[in-house]
Each structure stands twice: as C-alpha cells, then as structure tokens.
Write a protein that binds this ligand. Structure first.
Ligand SMILES: N[C@@H](CCC(=O)N[C@@H](CS)C(=O)NCC(=O)O)C(=O)O
Length: 206
C-alpha cells in the first residue's frame, strides 16, 4: 500500500465499527502483489477489506458494516424509522458522496488540481454542510454506520482542506475524536509500524 494510505486503508472502517460495537476481531493481511491471482475468489476486484464471520464471507466495506450493524444496535437502531434513516445515509455516503470525493481526490493527487469534478464536489459538500449545520449526527439522531461512513469519506485531508465548511469540519472532528476511531486507527498504524521494523510492509511476502 502507498505511504499516504496509512490510516486510510479501508479495513479501518471494519475495525472502527467493531470497536464501537465491542465486537472482538482479528485482522489478517492479503499478499498484495498476488491479489489478482490469489484474492479474486474472495474479492472479485482484488481489493481489501473482506470480512469472515463464522461460515459467512463478505466483501465491500459498506456491506461489511451493514453486516456488523445487524449484530449490534450500537451501529444501527432497530426501530424501522431509525433503520431506514441509517440505510439511506449509508448509501448516500457510499454513492452520492464517495462517488465524487474519491475520483476528485485521485485526480488531485495525480496533479490535476482544478479538475472537472471540482464543481460537482463543491455542490455535494455545500448540500451536506447545510444538513450537518442542523444536526449532530447524520442519521437516527446518533452515531450509526451511516455517520461513520460519511465521516470516513469526508476525513480525507484534501477534501477537508477543499474549502471552509465549519459544520462539516466539526462533524469530522466529532467522529474522529471517538475512542473507537482512535483505537481502530492505532491498530492499523501499528501494522504498518511493525512492517517498518521488519522491513516487510503489510501484504508483502516476508
Ligand atoms: N468499494 C471497495 C473499495 C475497496 C478499496 O478501494 N480498497 C483498496 C484499499 S483501501 C484496495 O484494495 N486497493 C487496491 C486495488 O483497488 O487494487 C470497498 O469499500 O470495500
């Protein structure tokens, strides 16, 4: 994984949700160079993360979070209104927001500072700024997997620096100051640091 991905690899989403819910978990790495050959049976695009839970195997971080949310009310309320609110904002984070932030960020780090997605990004962030200026959490009036996913889309440093949106920034701070996030992030960073010590980064053969 590239250096800048430290603290952003998406296994962090699963770690974070498990920490919030108090679910025990173990993390395994995937040999990154062979992923197109050895990992496609587990994840059809050769990506991480994937989740194993007993007999069940699941890929896509959003699907993994929704699976975890079914195991713990801390991640999604059980009342139909709260659950529907969580589901709609989960899809909004993955689709309406991340479908703009991720390609915009990618073009930006490739050197295309004022790329054609900039106007689209501005529009999405402006709309969300209005929503977040009126509520503390995105869905169901409390922390949920939806709020977590939106915070994860918004915490990319280039997106945070894009323009002055105080409610959105306060939201990112609120989410990333949660002890569960800090513990999840520390766990991922520790894996990279262990790789620094051995000279074998996570996912590379030792
Ligand atoms: N939509 C997928 C995206 C996963 C993803 O982008 N994973 C990155 C690491 S954070 C990856 O495996 N990249 C390598 C690749 O795409 O080949 C999800 O949310 O699980």
């Amino acid at each position: 994984m590239p250096e800048g991905s430290r603290g952003f690899v998406r296994d962090l989403r699963l770690r974070w949700a498990c920490e919030e819910a108090g679910l025990s978990y173990a993390v395994a790495t995937v040999p990154v160079d062979d992923r197109a050959i050895n990992h496609l049976d587990r994840q059809p695009f050769g990506q991480i993360p994937c989740l194993n839970d007993g007999e069940l195997e699941i890929f896509e971080s959003g699907a993994c979070l929704l699976h975890l949310a079914r195991k713990s009310e801390k991640l999604m309320p059980r009342d139909p209104v709260g659950e529907a609110d969580t589901l709609q904002w989960t899809i909004a984070a993955l689709n309406s927001m991340a479908m703009v932030t991720v390609p915009w960020w990618f073009l930006k780090i490739c050197g295309d500072d004022d790329n054609q997605l900039t106007g689209w990004l501005r529009q999405r962030l402006d709309h969300l700024e209005k929503v977040l200026s009126e509520r503390e959490w995105l869905a169901a009036g409390r922390f949920t997997v939806a709020g977590q996913l939106m915070a994860d889309a918004l915490r990319i440093s280039e997106v945070r620096a894009f323009s002055d949106r105080p409610a959105t920034e306060a939201y990112v701070v609120r989410a990333t100051e949660r002890p569960a996030f800090k513990k999840a992030r520390a766990g991922q960073m520790a894996l990279f640091e262990a790789g620094d010590e051995t000279g074998v980064p996570p996912g590379r053969p030792g």
